[in-house]
Design a binder for this molecule. Structure first.
Ligand code: SAM
Length: 230
């Protein structure tokens, strides 16, 4: 029996601003002038929509070294694959936000189309770069987000990668880091969460785990907030 969706690499699928708002409880700073960085932003429409709402967001992802037409081709292929892969593992998801696979597909298409249009017109907001190292200055951003890169892909990225990436996110943020979700593709709490909570104590991390009002993959309704002790 299939344990979860089978992917041979990190999928190029993206979520919308509305989803980010829930995953990261963004309401608390949605009217501020906070400088936001979205790490592993991919084809999400968050950055484009946030700027259209008057926020200051930029996006980081290795895929931004490619041109729009390449990204369009790749994200269409990946979305088809993810939707196909859901067959047989529907029970790992809560079909509440999206009632059907078709509704899910439509929402993901909406996100990538919005992204692709903005990418074509405002390329400067999309910075090609790869965690765990960036060329950003210390405290260049106020808040650094990462959705569906850490924890969920624990089978592709080891603990060292997670730790280094979080350290880098903390270095470039003046305020805090938020990560969502904390489960792997089987809907189990990532084995790295516990270890990070333990190691964080010695590294001077202040880590809290908060329930949020968003759950698609079962048990994926928690966000990690990390700050540093000064
Ligand atoms: C599943 S997508 C999530 C996109 C978006 N954050 C969202 O939730 O809609 C994961 C993204 O992480 C990017 N990625 C993979 N390895 C990365 C790395 N080392 N550093 C930064 N981003 C990476 C991929 O290119 C992909 O766009």
């Amino acid at each position: 029996m299939k344990e979860c969706i089978n992917l041979d690499k990190v999928a190029l699928i993206g979520r919308t601003y509305q989803e980010y708002e829930k995953m990261f409880r963004l309401k608390d700073f949605s009217s501020s002038k906070a400088r936001i960085l979205d790490v592993g932003a991919g084809v999400s429409s968050f950055c484009a929509e946030a700027n259209n709402k008057g926020l200051k967001a930029v996006a980081l992802d290795p895929i931004y070294e490619h041109e729009q037409s390449t990204l369009e081709k790749c994200c269409k292929i990946d979305l088809e694959k993810v939707i196909r892969e859901l067959d047989g593992v529907e029970h790992l998801y809560i079909w509440d936000i999206f009632r059907t696979k078709d509704a899910l597909k439509k929402q993901r298409e909406k996100a990538y189309k919005y992204f692709l249009e903005d990418y074509r017109r405002n390329n400067f907001k999309y910075l090609a770069g790869k965690m765990p190292e960036t060329g950003f200055k210390d405290r260049q951003f106020d808040i650094v987000l990462s959705s569906h890169l850490l924890f969920i892909y624990e089978h592709f990225f080891d603990y060292e990668f997670h730790l280094k990436t979080i350290k880098e996110m903390l270095r470039i943020s003046s305020n805090e880091v938020r990560i969502f979700p904390l489960v792997n593709l089987k809907g189990q709490k990532s084995k790295y969460v516990e270890k990070l909570l333990e190691d964080g104590k010695y590294l001077g991390f202040n880590i809290s785990i908060e329930k949020v009002n968003y759950e698609f993959i079962r048990n994926g309704n928690e966000m990690m907030r990390v700050t540093v002790y000064y």
